[in-house]
Structure formats: structure tokens, C-alpha cells
Write a protein that binds this ligand. Structure first.
Ligand SMILES: Nc1ncnc2c1ncn2[C@@H]1O[C@H](COP(=O)(O)OP(=O)(O)OP(=O)(O)O)[C@@H](O)[C@H]1O
Ligand SMILES: [Mg+2]
Length: 271
């Protein structure tokens, strides 16, 4: 459990970014954080990962103070974070070495087994001896996720992990998130992508330094304009399903091809 208590933050010489936030992240849940550019989402994620210290307030991770120097290694083992730009996190020109780096730093045992399992989990096992810098952005991001997973962190933080990645690469990362969710991995991710939001149990909206609203998966489409105001694009096919469901149909919300969607609508109408 991550307990966020009266958290406020401002950068040196900057304006107030976060203002007295209280929130609890429960074990096993997937939470997405949404909000407009510059609202403080990445800052918030870094604070609750123990990377940045709040100006006021505190964060306890499994009851451990996230910012005391003596707890640093333990927090690094508990919390893994992946950033938006895959290139910023790759350090070595060999996939194996790259995934091994954090393990060595944290003195974790069984590194060979951990590295292989983590690369397997992200579908990159066959690239284990490849040059990291020759991989596509999507593949690099999967290596970054593997580097995190090898540590077996209880909490996985993802800061817009697919924003820079093409649609095929995005799908592969969604598969990883799906598998992790099935394994009850606690995930907090920042996103502006509706497909990613659909993985979440709860959605948090950040606005003007505060949590403007938290809603559950079931309530996602109750207020489409709230999503749109917060930088979330709703594709037409999804809007169509939402409208049809509001008129009494019961079409499952997922990614459809036009043929699949047409079949699902016809099936519902003929019921
Ligand atoms: N290291 C820093 N020093 C000073 N100001 C910063 C620093 N990093 C971010 N900021 C400022 O803090 C505010 C919040 O930034 P942050 O990156 O957390 O927002 P965000 O919601 O993640 O935005 P985006 O959607 O663009 O990723 C912005 O105004 C940004 O310019
Ligand atoms: Mg950000």
C-alpha cells in the first residue's frame, strides 16, 4: 500500500505544482493518472516512487518512509519506474547488460534467472544478446520494462510508456500490462491513451495541483467531456459504442475491427 499524506510540491524557484494531496494506492490495483500537460503528473509519479522529495507531507510505501536515506535501497526494490522516452533509460549497448545493471546495483541474487524471466515476460527473450541501440523504440521500451520487472518490484510506475511508440509497439506493451494485471501487479501509470485507461481499476484526474476526481472503471464513460477536457481522445468507434450502450444495448468495450463491431451491434439488435 502506498499512503500519500498531505503532499505538496514546488520546484526550487518554481510555482506550486501539487497542493495537499491525500490518497492511498491499494495493493493489486491498476491506477491511471490523467490530466493536462504540465499539471504535474510526472512530478507526482516521481514523488510517490521516492525519487523526488515532497516540499511538504509524506509518502509511506508499505509503511516505510519513502525519503529516509536508510530506506533508499528497499524503496528501489519495491518500486520500479519506466519513463516516456525509451532512449533515456537505455544505458548499455547489450540487452543482457542493460537489464542486469539495476540488479547489480541493488545486490539482488539470481540475476541470470531474473534477466531471462523478465525478457521472456516482455517478449524480448530472443534479443538477449542484441545491441540495445539497434532496437526499435518499442523494443527498447520493452527492455526498459524488463529492467524494472527483473527487480520484481511490488509497484510498477509507468510514465506515458507508449506515447512515443508506433501502434504495433503499443499493442505489445498492452499485452505486457494485461499479463501483469492478471498476476495482480500493482501498476500506477500516467497516460492520455484511452486503451491504457481501460486497463485501470481507478482513474485519477489531476488538475490545478489537486486530485480533481477519482472514478472507477465502471464510471469511465459517464462523463466523456471530462476525459476530453483532460487530453484524452475518444475515437469515433468508441463514442458509437458508448452512445449505443446508453440507448440500452450492451456492447463490450474493447478494440474492434469495423467487421467485428458491425457484427457485435447486429447481434445485440437481434437479441
Ligand atoms: N526539474 C524541473 N524544474 C523546474 N520545473 C519543472 C521541472 N520539471 C517539471 N517542471 C515544471 O513543473 C510542472 C509540472 O511538470 P510535469 O512534468 O510534472 O507535468 P506533466 O503533467 O507530467 O506534463 P506532461 O503531460 O507534459 O508530461 C511544469 O510546469 C513543468 O514545466
Ligand atoms: Mg509528464
Amino acid at each position: 500500500m502506498i499512503e500519500i499524506e498531505n503532499l505538496s510540491f514546488k520546484y526550487k524557484n518554481g510555482k506550486q505544482i501539487l497542493n495537499n494531496i491525500n490518497f492511498t494506492i491499494r495493493d493489486g490495483e491498476v491506477i491511471s493518472i490523467i490530466g493536462n500537460n504540465g499539471v504535474g503528473k510526472s512530478t507526482f509519479l516521481k514523488i510517490i516512487s521516492g525519487i523526488l522529495k515532497p516540499t511538504k507531507g509524506n509518502v509511506k510505501i508499505d509503511n516505510i518512509d519513502a525519503y529516509q536515506r536508510k530506506n533508499m535501497e528497499l524503496i528501489r526494490k519495491k518500486v520500479g519506474i519506466v519513463f516516456q522516452n525509451p532512449d533515456n533509460q537505455i544505458l548499455f549497448n547489450n540487452v543482457y547488460d542493460d537489464v542486469e545493471f539495476a540488479l547489480k546495483n541493488l545486490n539482488l541474487d539470481n540475476s541470470d534467472k531474473r534477466i531471462k524471466e523478465a525478457l521472456n515476460m516482455v517478449g524480448m527473450a530472443e534479443y538477449i544478446n542484441e545491441d540495445t541501440f539497434k532496437l526499435s523504440l518499442g523494443q527498447k521500451q520493452r527492455v526498459n520494462i524488463a529492467s524494472c520487472l527483473a527487480i520484481q518490484p511490488k509497484y510498477l510506475m509507468l510514465d506515458e510508456p507508449t506515447t512515443m511508440i508506433d501502434s504495433y509497439g503499443k499493442l505489445q506493451i498492452y499485452d505486457i500490462i494485461k499479463k501483469l494485471k492478471e498476476n495482480n501487479q500493482t501498476i500506477v501509470f500516467i497516460t492520455n491513451n484511452i486503451n491504457e485507461i481501460l486497463f485501470s481499476d481507478r482513474i485519477m484526474v489531476l488538475e490545478e495541483g489537486k486530485i480533481k476526481q477519482v472514478f472507477s472503471k465502471e464510471e469511465i464513460f459517464d462523463d466523456i467531456s471530462l476525459l476530453e477536457k483532460n487530453n484524452i481522445y475518444i475515437p469515433d468507434f468508441l463514442r458509437l459504442i458508448i452512445l449505443l450502450n446508453r440507448s440500452g444495448l450492451n456492447i463490450k468495450i474493447k478494440d474492434y475491427s469495423v467487421e467485428e463491431l458491425s457484427n457485435s451491434i447486429l447481434k445485440e439488435i437481434r437479441k
